[in-house]
Design a protein around this ligand. Structure first.
Ligand SMILES: [Zn+2]
Length: 309
C-alpha cells in the first residue's frame, strides 16, 4: 500500500513538477521562481521529490522530517485529500490540514481542502440549515415608550446585610440591585443602612450615573415596605417630597405572595451574591472595599453572555 502510494505520488510529481524533477535528477539548480523553492526540495533514493525543511536533525520519522511535495491541483492528489477527509470522520479544515501535513506538503492545501469540504455531500447535509422562517418584529414590551435608554424600566431590590468595619466599628451595609427590565443590565450600589436618607442617596447616585427611569418597580419585600413607611414619615419634608416629585419615582410594588413577579432580579441577586461571596469569602470589609467589590461584581454580571455560548 505504501509502495503503491509512493508510486502514484511519484507519477503526480512527474506530471506537475517535471522540469524541477529533471533538474534535480541531473544535479542542476532548479528554477528560482517555483512556488516551493523555500522548501529546499530534493530527490530521495527512490526519486521522490521531498521537502528538506528544517527538522533534519530531529528524532521524528523520515516522512515527517521530509514530506512529499504534492500539487493540490493534480486530480490524484485532489482525490487523495477527499479520501483522507472521509477516512477521518469528515474532519474539518484545520484538523485535515494537520493530518495531511504529517506526511505531505501539498501546495495551497487550505484552498483545496475548502473546495473538497464545500463539495462534500455528507458535510453539506450535516451542516445544512433548515429553511429560516421570516423573523417577526420584536414584541412591544421590548421597547420602552419614547426615548429608549438603559434602565428606563428598572427593577429594584435590596440584599444583605453585610458586615462592614469602619474606624473599628462594625456596621450593617446593604447592597441595592437595580436591573433594567428589558436587557437585564445590572447596576449595584451600597446602601449605608435602611434609613430613608441612605436609600435616597443611593437612588441619587444611580440616577446621576444611569439616568432617570420612567418606571421603577420595587420588590415587595419587608425591607422595602419598611423603607417605604420610613420614607412616608419623611414625606412631609419639602426637600424629600421635591426629590421624589422631580424624579417621578413611581412606587410600584410587586403583588404580595407573588414571588414570580420579581423572578427577574431574584435570580440576579443569587448571581450577585454568589460572585460577591466568591470574592470576599468570610472577610469583613471596609466600605471602600465593599464598594470596589460591588463594582467588580457589576462588571462581571454585565459581561455575562445573554444566552448560552
Ligand atoms: Zn465531508
Amino acid at each position: 500500500m505504501i509502495a503503491a502510494k509512493s508510486f502514484i505520488f511519484k507519477q503526480t510529481q512527474q506530471d506537475s513538477f517535471n522540469p524541477e524533477v529533471n533538474a534535480l535528477t541531473q544535479n542542476k539548480p532548479i528554477n528560482t521562481t517555483i512556488r516551493f523553492r523555500h522548501l529546499s526540495p530534493f530527490l530521495d533514493k527512490d526519486g521522490i521529490l521531498r521537502a528538506r525543511g528544517r527538522l533534519e536533525k530531529s528524532q521524528l520519522d523520515y516522512c515527517i522530517k521530509h514530506p512529499f511535495i504534492l500539487d493540490g491541483n493534480h486530480p490524484a492528489v485532489h482525490l487523495f485529500i477527499g479520501q483522507t477527509h472521509k477516512d477521518n470522520q469528515h474532519s474539518p479544515r484545520q484538523h485535515l490540514k494537520n493530518i495531511l501535513q504529517n506526511e505531505y506538503w501539498i501546495l495551497c492545501v487550505r484552498a483545496h481542502i475548502d473546495k473538497i469540504i464545500k463539495n462534500c455531500y455528507d458535510c453539506r447535509r450535516q451542516q445544512a440549515t433548515g429553511l429560516q422562517p421570516e423573523i417577526p418584529p420584536l414584541p412591544a414590551f421590548k421597547f420602552p415608550e419614547d426615548k429608549p435608554f438603559p434602565f428606563q424600566q428598572t427593577g429594584l431590590d435590596l440584599f444583605g446585610p453585610f458586615a462592614s468595619k469602619t474606624a473599628g466599628n462594625y456596621n450593617k451595609r446593604y447592597g441595592v440591585i437595580m436591573t433594567d427590565l428589558t436587557t437585564r443590565t445590572v447596576h449595584l450600589e451600597m446602601c449605608q443602612d435602611q434609613s430613608a436618607d441612605a436609600f435616597k442617596n443611593t437612588l441619587r447616585r444611580f440616577f446621576a450615573r444611569r439616568g432617570q427611569p420612567a418606571k421603577t418597580v420595587f420588590d415587595n419585600s419587608t425591607k422595602f415596605t419598611a423603607a417605604k413607611k420610613e420614607l412616608n414619615r419623611h414625606f412631609d419634608a419639602d426637600v424629600t417630597r421635591q426629590f421624589y416629585a422631580n424624579h417621578q419615582i413611581e412606587w410600584t410594588f410587586n403583588p404580595a405572595y407573588a414571588p414570580h413577579f420579581g423572578g427577574v432580579w431574584e435570580r440576579l441577586i443569587k448571581s450577585v451574591k454568589d460572585s460577591f461571596y466568591a470574592i470576599i469569602g468570610s472577610q469583613i470589609l471596609t466600605d471602600d472595599i465593599f464598594n470596589t467589590v460591588l463594582c467588580e461584581v457589576e462588571h462581571f454580571m454585565n459581561a455575562r453572555p445573554i444566552t448560552t455560548v
